[in-house]
Write a protein that binds this ligand. Structure first.
Ligand SMILES: NC(=O)c1ccc[n+]([C@@H]2O[C@H](COP(=O)([O-])OP(=O)(O)OC[C@H]3O[C@@H](n4cnc5c(N)ncnc54)[C@H](O)[C@@H]3O)[C@@H](O)[C@H]2O)c1
Length: 442
């Protein structure tokens, strides 16, 4: 056994404050209530269904992750949130139309009880949306202070011992990291002078950190991914992570690309196109929001394939990503990938993937796992960027100077080894020579 880290127990209630009660938010919340009632199972959730091997293969120790690390129980979660619409989570779930009416009605009381708090919203950052349930304040700083109050009041009113904030709100327009994001003093001055590079999602993150609670960013906009915020998180020992839940086409990409690379097969092109008709699709129809999403989706292949290391295989491929807003499909997205690869002596081949996925059905368990793992990280004293949770993100946050890890399988090893490390178990290298007698004679 290695050193076991001190982890405070998961006692009391965990408040989960969701920014944006849209398709993902309501599918997460409705889903957790359905699971608690025994009506459905937490399929797709690593924390609820996954196992972890400990020790040697011959030890036969493979507990469930939720029995191995001290996670909050689903029964201890209390949900709240913010949205620019006044709809309760019940009405919002009906509008999102991800879950069936039968499922939504089975948890009607619980969903109706959730009325969103007034949001911090600015149409300059999400051009296709506007709603009435919005806070007012002279400066961005004032607005953020109201969010800090919301978090504290929610915690007290609901008797929570801990809180996690999850951004599941719309994708904001593209912003580059700039000088105002470098240090906290400059950033807070920018909040007070209403600087355009301070987006609402950054205010939610700042507020969470002021209130001492972890912040998860499920969208591709910067939010926590600016030096002043993740450094503050590190100093205060508060976890932050993002960006953009890894679902749908990018999930497939990070499953397939490592396989092609593992077999040293070349790539000449990867064309991805989607149709999707939910509100997320509508927001992404705006070029500013699409640019943010596109950057997130495009970054994946280069870091997995490493054209710099393998110019003969990946030095010259075309990667295109298209998202088309097509209302009839709602949340039931359809994605097509055409992958042009080449093999032995350069002979070309093609792979076609047609994924008829349900985006929020893929995102909800990811959101749940992130909530539970960030709460664990907080109790274990792990502040700052949670790179070990890259498994769940399209563009994982990472320190400047480190490249992000996109390969789903490396991400999985990283995540499981972090859990072993926290619990003082030996890390697993998958070497396996100890089972054979190759070196006996030496
Ligand atoms: N659906 C998926 O599977 C998936 C996958 C990866 C990432 N994402 C990202 O997650 C986010 C949510 O996706 P969705 O499908 O639930 O979208 P959605 O449009 O259904 O829901 C977003 C909600 O956020 C609200 N909102 C917008 N700005 C807000 C603000 N400043 N404060 C509070 N509420 C605000 C909107 O009113 C809406 O109800 C998007 O950014 C999307 O890109 C979604």
């Amino acid at each position: 056994m290695e050193h076991r880290h001190e982890i405070a127990p998961a006692e009391g209630k965990l408040g989960v404050l969701v920014v944006g009660l849209g398709a993902v938010g309501t599918t997460l919340i409705g889903g957790v209530h359905l699971i608690r009632k025994g009506i459905a199972k937490p399929i797709g959730s690593v924390t609820q269904m996954g196992t972890i091997r400990l020790g040697k293969r011959t030890d036969n120790r493979t507990p469930q992750i939720k029995d191995f690390v001290p996670l909050a129980k689903l029964d201890d979660l209390v949900f709240g949130g913010w949205d620019i619409f006044e709809d309760t989570a019940y009405e919002a779930a009906k509008h999102a139309a991800v879950l069936s009416n039968e499922h939504i009605d089975a948890v009607k009381t619980e969903l109706q009880a959730l009325r969103p708090m007034k949001a911090v919203f600015d149409q300059n950052y999400v051009r296709r949306l506007n709603g009435p349930n919005v806070k007012s304040g002279a400066t961005k700083y004032d607005l953020a202070m109201q969010l800090v109050d919301d978090i504290k009041t929610f915690k007290e009113k609901n008797g929570c011992s801990r809180i996690v904030v999850l951004w599941a709100a719309s994708t904001e327009t593209f912003i580059r990291v700039g000088d105002i994001h470098r240090d906290l003093k400059t950033f807070e001055a920018a909040m007070k002078s209403n600087h355009a590079d301070v987006a609402p999602s950054m205010l939610y993150c700042w507020a969470a950190l002021q209130a001492g609670v972890p912040f998860i960013n499920g969208a591709p906009n910067l939010s926590a991914d600016v030096p002043c915020l993740y450094q503050l998180a590190k100093e205060r020992k508060i976890p932050v992570c993002g960006k953009d839940f890894k679902t749908g086409q990018t999930l497939m990409k990070t499953i397939l690309a490592p396989g092609l690379k593992a077999r040293m097969l070349g790539l000449s092109g990867w064309f991805s196109t989607n149709i999707l008709g939910n509100r997320d699709g509508e927001v992404l129809d705006d070029p500013g929001s699409f640019k943010t999403k596109e950057e997130s989706k495009l970054s994946v292949l280069d870091t997995i394939l490493r054209p710099d290391q393998f110019p003969d295989l990946y030095g010259d491929y075309t990667h295109l990503v298209r998202i088309n807003y097509y209302p009839p499909r709602g949340d039931n997205k359809e994605g097509w990938d055409n992958i042009d690869i080449f093999g032995w002596l350069g002979y070309p081949m093609q792979i076609k993937v047609n994924f008829l996925c349900r985006d929020s059905i893929l995102a909800a368990p990811v959101a749940l796992d992130l909530v539970l793992f960030n709460d664990l990280a907080q109790r274990a004293g792990m502040g700052g960027i949670q790179e070990w949770l890259s498994f769940f993100f399209k563009s994982p946050m990472h320190l400047e100077g480190l490249y992000p890890e996109h390969d789903l399988f490396i991400q999985q090893i990283k995540m499981k080894n972090t859990l072993r490390y926290l619990m003082g178990e030996t890390l697993i290298t998958h070497l396996g020579v100890e089972y054979y007698d190759y070196f006996e004679d030496r």
